[in-house]
Design a protein around this ligand. Structure first.
Ligand code: SAH
Length: 251
């Protein structure tokens, strides 16, 4: 059996209890070495074989899984954050299906949640934005034109931009072409929940220089939107004048 496990955003105790138990019990771990905190490997039992997928191709990863299956060994495939975002799990699952190898997927805390926590922020503030766009700049992996940052920026909603720390001049340009003001609030969160976490506030037009000044070149999220500002409305749910299924409004 192959267990795809979300490792969480960094801190070793932000993996789920189910994920941690699987790490403790498994015979083989294949982890995404470029981003998974190596401290998580300390959960592994003595004798567990550990592979760093940063140095492997898809075929090599699948070969390790195939070999494990032939020996009735358990494998944990450890992905950073939650594997459903930029995790390249689908291609693994499809090959496992072809081989008739069983798998399951254990969710993890994504770095976009880790970044919100680092900022003490709420992405969905009433009166500001009720939607979060999770996206990236096109890099070596293309992004469909209708999903460009410029297009999403037209919605003026909360945006969380992955995998784009090396392209911040372009990110700023796209955001402003889409309609964000140059002085709209933005933030960069580097290595959210890691001991070396950095949180820096800036504006849409100063993303690149802010990253440069703070020596941030990778492993960061770019956050943009009014949720980083001061204005919002109180929630209806906790409004004393609002009746819900569980509570009568006071007069
Ligand atoms: N599946 C992962 C994302 C993998 S893509 C998740 O759910 O978080 C890798 C990108 O995620 C990095 O380039 C960076 O943009 C972001 N990232 C991953 N961990 C991060 C962290 N702890 N802090 C900030 N950004 C992070």
């Amino acid at each position: 059996m192959i267990h795809f496990v979300g490792a969480g955003p960094g801190a070793a105790d932000l993996i789920t209890m189910r994920g941690a138990r699987l790490l403790q019990e498994t015979d083989i771990i294949i982890y995404a070495g470029s981003l998974v905190n190596p401290a998580l490997l300390e959960y592994a039992k003595v004798g567990c074989q550990i592979y760093n997928s940063a140095e492997m191709t898809l075929e090599e990863v699948i070969d390790v899984m195939k070999d494990a299956e032939s020996k009735s060994l358990d494998t944990v495939r450890l992905h950073t954050g939650d594997a459903s975002l930029y995790g390249a799990i689908r291609e693994q699952m499809d090959l496992l299906d072809e081989l008739g190898i069983e798998y399951e997927d254990i969710p993890g805390v994504s770095s976009f949640s880790g970044a919100a926590a680092a900022l003490n922020a709420e992405y969905t503030l009433p009166g500001v934005s009720q939607s979060v766009v999770i996206t990236r700049m096109a890099g070596r992996t293309p992004v469909p034109e209708k999903e460009s940052i410029r297009e999403f920026a037209k919605h003026d909603c909360t945006m969380v931009i992955f995998l784009s720390t090396g392209l911040l001049e372009e990110v700023s340009e796209e955001l402003m072409e889409g309609g964000y003001a140059a002085d709209a609030p933005a933030a960069i969160v580097y290595k959210a929940t890691w001991p070396e976490e950095k949180v820096v506030h800036c504006t849409v037009s100063t993303l690149a220089e802010t990253a440069r000044d703070n020596n941030i070149t990778k492993t960061a999220l770019i956050l943009v939107g009014g949720f980083l500002g001061d204005k919002y409305e109180r929630s209806k749910l906790y409004d004393p004048g609002f009746t819900t299924e569980f509570r009568q409004a006071s007069k």
